[in-house]
Design a protein around this ligand. Structure first.
Ligand code: TMP
Length: 214
């Protein structure tokens, strides 16, 4: 199957929602459809953006001002977009990105309490009209997500936030899904991973098939 411009798929959800496992499922569906997706992530995804990621996740940067955090995220996004995402999309490659700007609305907007209009301004400044074509939102109760995360690793700067922070993040993700039901498909990530994977296969499979027949 050929399309002129590649499609941009993003994965979202709070920590511990199983995005990494399900990313492999999405990748498999795309490969079976004859596509060769670029797999990437935010913050990060390019050499300089990965250095910014390290600053953002480093627990010793606990005192980082929320505005600095927001600008650093968009600085990393600009690097990533221009170095990797846009060049791939332009030659028709599909891009599968673990988190994108919906995370900024959820974490910096709702989580940190920053004004959504300022985020929207930066979004337009950095991305122009580029938005994801399809977003899979893995929805999970924060208590369950955090329990998963804390059982497997030393928490980073975001993972060290309190439960109430993640409650706000989750609510905002749900708000976005409610506002944009065509783009954002909400998936209940509280079920076993095989059941979640079946939903992912169906949603992504249908999306690819619909493009192929249009
Ligand atoms: P990860 O754990 O999915 O790799 O993401 C790293 C962290 O970065 C995660 O806690 C969410 C956070 N984040 C933001 O706060 N805002 C953003 O815009 C992005 C992309 C990630």
């Amino acid at each position: 199957m050929r399309t002129s411009r590649g499609r941009f798929i993003t994965l979202e959800g709070i920590e511990g929602a199983g995005k990494s496992t399900q990313r492999d499922v999405v990748r498999e569906v795309l490969i079976q459809a004859g596509l060769d997706p670029l797999l990437t992530r935010e913050p990060g995804g390019s050499e300089i953006a990965e250095r910014m990621r390290a600053l953002l996740l480093d627990k010793s940067n606990q005192g980082m001002h929320a505005d600095a955090e927001l600008l650093l995220l968009f600085a990393a996004r600009a690097e990533h977009l221009h170095k990797r995402i846009l060049p791939a999309l332009e030659v028709g490659q599909w891009v599968l990105c673990d988190r994108f700007t919906d995370a900024t609305y959820a974490y910096q907007g709702a989580g940190r309490g920053l004004d959504r209009a300022r985020i929207a301004m930066l979004e337009t400044f950095v991305q122009g009209s580029l938005r994801p074509d399809l977003t899979l939102l893995f929805d999970l109760a924060p208590a369950a997500g955090l329990a998963r995360v804390h059982s497997r690793s030393d928490p980073d700067r975001f993972e060290s936030e309190a439960l109430v922070f993640f409650e706000r993040v989750r609510s905002d993700y749900l708000r976005i899904a409610h506002c944009e039901p065509e783009r954002v498909r909400q998936i209940d990530a509280g079920r076993d991973s095989m059941t979640v994977a079946a939903d992912v296969r169906r949603i992504v499979g249908d999306y690819v098939a619909a493009l192929g027949s249009s």
